[in-house]
Design a protein around this ligand. Structure first.
Ligand code: SF4
Length: 615
């Protein structure tokens, strides 16, 4: 259901369909988000899907009228209460610029006018298949559209059995969905590929589902009591047993639709679940893994077979790996084999940002074109507060190597962690002009508090105090606060206590904005020429457009391609120096490179900022 990405089939539905096929049960995946985009126009659909913040629930609001008759707030209320809001830590900065806000204000009512006809059309399509059971997968802004259609189906075809699952149904969110919406028969909380065929089989056989862990049903309406999280389904330990997703219905319906995509769709591939870093130390802001952090990955052979199967079946499509974090074992197996095959899969992976250069090189050779490292900050103190397990220098060196190796990179910068100091903000603000030649963040700002994150689970300990759902939830659900709390995923502190004075946040935001503006014209790279390094510097802060490093400056600079202490430099590259005779001498030389903004120092470590340009 809307709103989901037009360019990707749903991996959840693809797996569930394949699991049913394996169990000998026929199923059809109906990609009604394509139909909605056709009705509203692709541009309007994509503006809402891609350009609005998830916590503003625009997609949900559009369907809330069709679900609830007792709504009495107006579009104007929603615009002034949600869309016209400003950044929580900068009341003078509206979240949406004027032209985008005007665009949204014009488009949203027009899109909402399409909802009734859309739902009726979906119902007619559903009737064609005469299904006994209908399942909805719901994540992010798909809940209200799914509930609206489920309600319509149940009212017109009452014998249909309705099942909900997906990340919007995990834990209290799923239990509350069952509690509030009487037309939903079953909610699955947790992984579905094993239990879904079981549920379907037993409903087809006996009309009943019995007692299955992680399933909330009218037969066994176990709902969580306050402060208790209900159990999830039993997680799949061996991911090689998960069927390969079946995307055929998506591609068939896309071909039949009038939507013209600007490029081939992207296939979603899953090679692991959970997070190995989160098992050791859960990043405080992260709710991505729900309650199942346990890391599991597919065998290299299975990952390879699946990748080849899917890309052969759907030629021309790039592949996004949906994992939250790359399995480090793959550097010795899966990625190595991919590199040997020399086939361009155009892969995307999320990675931890402490990768070594040889690992990044292998990713490039393996056909990984884009990565999303968990950078999140350029302040060691803030990284420590969020338990990220990486340092500022590791983050910068990874961005530098991405520039050198032509790896596309996306990441965010976050702030708003209790315990931050003004000095942390100022440090990052000062650092940014030095790294303006490296890829800037795609997003930056105050952290949200997501359900399942440590910041949510231990809100008081982490200094946030009482939490409330984001205001948009109250415009979407006409329920009592406790019910809205259970349904929500995005939260904010009841009292916004600024961690530092506003001027420090404003300066940091300005520095990031200038970085975005100057990035295209900013460069800092070197070419090695005999006994010298020629450094080209076009950063706005550049003192000299061309710097020549010779003598001992050259080996010192090259040795700091990776962050190093003077002691480490002497150990690894001492033989390359002619004059440097001691650590003290080397420190002086490094300090002069820092003074010239060609290198940075954090603690005892130095990192060269220019990357090697291959000519
Ligand atoms: S943010 Fe990334 S690394 Fe941290 S716990 Fe979440 S998935 Fe794991």
């Amino acid at each position: 259901m809307p709103f989901a990405n037009l360019l990707t089939p749903s991996i959840g539905l693809g797996i569930l369909k394949a699991a049913l096929t394996r169990a000998g049960i026929s199923a059809k995946v109906l990609n009604f988000h394509l139909r909605f985009a056709e009705l509203c126009g692709k541009e309007a659909y994509n503006t809402i899907y891609h350009r609005t913040c998830p916590e503003h629930l625009v997609g949900e609001w559009i369907f809330s009228d069709s679900l609830f008759s007792e709504r009495n707030d107006s579009f104007q209320d929603y615009v002034s209460g949600v869309l016209s809001a400003s950044e929580a830590d900068r009341p003078d900065t509206p979240i949406y610029g004027k032209s985008l806000l005007d665009d949204l204000v014009e488009r949203i009512p027009l899109v909402r006018e399409r909802v009734h006809g859309f739902l009726e059309g979906c119902l007619e399509d559903v009737r064609v298949y005469k299904p006994r059971i209908i399942g909805f997968t719901s994540m992010f802004e798909q809940h209200l559209a799914s509930l609206s259609l489920a309600k319509l189906i149940k009212s017109r075809i009452p014998d249909t059995f309705i099942i909900f699952g997906g990340s919007n149904c995990e834990g209290p969110m799923g239990a509350e969905t069952l509690r509030q919406f009487g037309f939903v028969d079953v909610v699955v909380s947790g992984e579905g590929e094993v239990v879904f065929p079981e549920i379907v089989r037993s409903i087809l056989a006996s009309g009943s589902i019995g007692n299955i862990q992680g399933i909330f049903s009218r037969e066994r309406p176990f709902l969580p009591v306050a402060g208790q999280s209900p159990q999830n389904t039993v997680m799949t330990r061996d991911l090689d047993t998960v069927p390969i997703p079946d995307y055929d219905d998506y591609f068939e319906q896309l071909r039949e639709s009038s939507i013209e995509l600007t490029r081939e769709p992207t296939l979603l591939l899953e090679t692991s679940r959970g997070c190995w870093w989160g098992e050791k130390q859960h990043c405080t802001f992260c709710g991505l893994n729900g309650t199942t952090m346990t890391y599991r990955s597919k065998s290299a052979q299975r990952a390879l077979d699946e990748l080849i199967y899917l890309t052969d079946k759907h030629p021309g499509c790039k592949v996004t790996v949906v994992d939250n974090i790359l399995d480090m074992k793959y550097f010795k197996s899966f990625l190595k084999v991919l590199a040997e095959r020399k086939r361009d899969f155009g892969l995307f992976y999320e990675v931890k940002s402490n990768l070594r250069k040889d690992q990044l090189k292998l990713l490039v050779e393996a056909g990984v074109k884009t990565i999303q490292p968990g950078i999140e900050s350029f302040s060691d103190n803030v990284l420590r507060l969020m338990r990220k397990g990486v340092s500022t220098l590791q983050n910068i060196q990874l961005l530098k190597w991405c520039a050198e190796l032509n790896m596309r990179v996306f990441y965010n910068v976050l702030w708003g962690f209790p315990g931050e100091s003004a000095a942390d903000y100022d440090e990052v603000t000062r650092l940014i002009p030095l790294i303006s030649h490296l890829r800037h963040p795609v997003g930056s700002g105050m952290i949200r508090i997501d359900r399942f994150s440590p910041n949510f689970n231990e809100n008081v300990r982490f200094g946030f105090g009482e939490l409330l759902p984001f205001p948009a939830y109250y415009y979407v659900y006409p329920f009592k606060p406790e019910a809205v709390f259970n349904l929500a995923y995005f939260f904010e502190p009841k009292c916004h206590k600024p961690t530092v004075e506003r001027c420090h946040v404003t300066e940091l935001s300005k520095a990031i904005k200038s970085w975005e503006e100057s990035y295209k014209h900013s460069n800092l790279f070197f070419i090695e020429k005999e006994t010298t390094l020629l450094i080209r510097d076009t950063r706005p802060i550049a003192n000299e457009p061309l710097v020549i490093l010779d003598g001992d400056f050259k080996p010192a600079y090259l040795a700091c391609d990776e962050a190093r202490t003077p002691k480490q430099i002497l150990q690894s590259a001492g033989k390359n120096f002619q004059q440097v005779a001691s650590e003290a001498h080397l420190k002086k030389l490094l300090a002069s490179l820092v003074d010239r903004s060609l290198m940075i120092r954090q603690g005892e470590q130095y990192l060269a900022l220019a990357y090697r340009k291959v000519v």
